[in-house]
Design a binder for this molecule. Structure first.
Ligand code: HEM
Length: 298
């Protein structure tokens, strides 16, 4: 049901908004010799774009930024502490208000689409709409933030790649795929449905199994020289967006955001490096990306 809304055409329509947003964020960093590219740039992009798609006020984006961070990253807290931190009730109430407001004033956005959508002639229950919106936030924000941050982290440490990308902007599409391959942000999990022998490993019903897509992306049987980032890698069937029926719904959106973010960044800051490599911090949990990325503009 959601696939058409995330198809190439509707996503292309969001590109001007995304480009303006990146330019605005970069403008706000002007004049600073060093700043945190994860915090001041990358992290704002996906949340502001999904808020725009859903038709929520832009000034509410911060509510979700905090919420997602707590859901995905505070995984080492106790369940009680997490419950308190996450405050799901507040998010549910926010979504319910938005649903009611869109029922009263339908418009051309994803929330109105969900409110009007039907499956087998039945409208979606409000909790289904709410759950879908929360899923889009959880699936789309930290993941894309991580991909943008990891790509900038790579470019900061590899002047040859940085200069090449700047001199040959036509490489951007293959470069985006290569960053997704080499720094795939997402590892998913599955519950084993029945006892199973997997290449000699005995899996038992009820076991949890991690699917490390980042590791698949460095499989030497699938990629030549897998540990080297090649901006022009032309055969690149990576698994950063998963495989099979649960493959990522938002891959067109994520690719567009990553491409636009890097294009706009390189146009303003073609030369940069890590300000302090030891100050870079990474997320914990199943979504991997830099959370602190101090860069020095050269
Ligand atoms: C670089 C950014 C992203 C990466 C690396 C990524 C990666 C993934 C992966 C690995 C899966 C799981 C596949 C599986 O379980 O087999 C997934 C699922 C999903 N993604 Fe993404 N994703 C990204 C961005 C987005 C965005 C922007 C959205 C939407 C706003 C999104 C929405 C979803 C949804 C709804 C699912 C669940 C699909 C299902 O279970 O059928 N993702 N993504």
């Amino acid at each position: 049901m959601l696939l058409p809304a995330f198809g190439p055409k509707p996503i292309a329509a969001l590109e001007p908004f995304t480009r303006d947003l990146c330019r605005q964020l970069l403008k706000e960093t002007a004049g600073q010799a060093t700043f945190d590219a994860a915090v001041e740039f990358a992290q704002h992009i996906p949340v502001r774009v999904i808020v725009q798609m859903l038709g929520f006020p832009q000034e509410d984006a911060d509510i979700f930024r905090h919420f997602i961070r707590q859901v995905l990253e505070d995984v080492d807290q106790s369940p009680e502490e997490r419950q308190e931190l996450i405050n799901q009730g507040e998010i549910d109430a926010y979504m319910d208000n938005q649903i009611a407001e869109h029922v009263a004033n339908p418009r051309d956005d994803l929330t109105s689409f969900l409110v009007q959508a039907e499956i087998d002639g039945n409208k979606l229950a409000p909790e289904h709409i709410r759950g879908t919106m929360v899923l889009l936030m959880i699936a789309g924000i930290d993941t894309t933030w991580s991909a943008i941050g990891a790509s900038l982290w790579h470019l900061a440490r590899h002047p040859g790649d940085r200069r090449r990308l700047s001199a040959e902007p036509a490489l951007m599409d293959t470069a985006v795929e290569e960053f997704l391959r080499a720094y795939a942000p997402v590892t998913m999990a599955r519950l084993v449905a029945q006892d199973f022998d997997f290449h000699g490993q005995q899996l038992k019903e009820g076991d949890w199994l991690l699917l490390p897509f980042p590791s698949a992306n460095r499989d030497p049987a699938a990629f030549t020289d897998p540990d080297t980032v090649q901006l022009d890698r032309d055969h690149n069937r990576h698994a950063a967006f998963g495989l099979g029926i649960h493959r990522c719904l938002g891959s067109n959106l994520a690719r567009m955001e990553l491409r636009v973010a890097l294009q706009e960044w390189m146009a303003v800051y073609p030369e940069f490096e890590l300000a302090d490599p030891s100050a870079v911090t990474w997320s914990s949990g199943q979504v991997r990306g830099p959370r602190t990325l101090p860069l020095r503009i050269l």
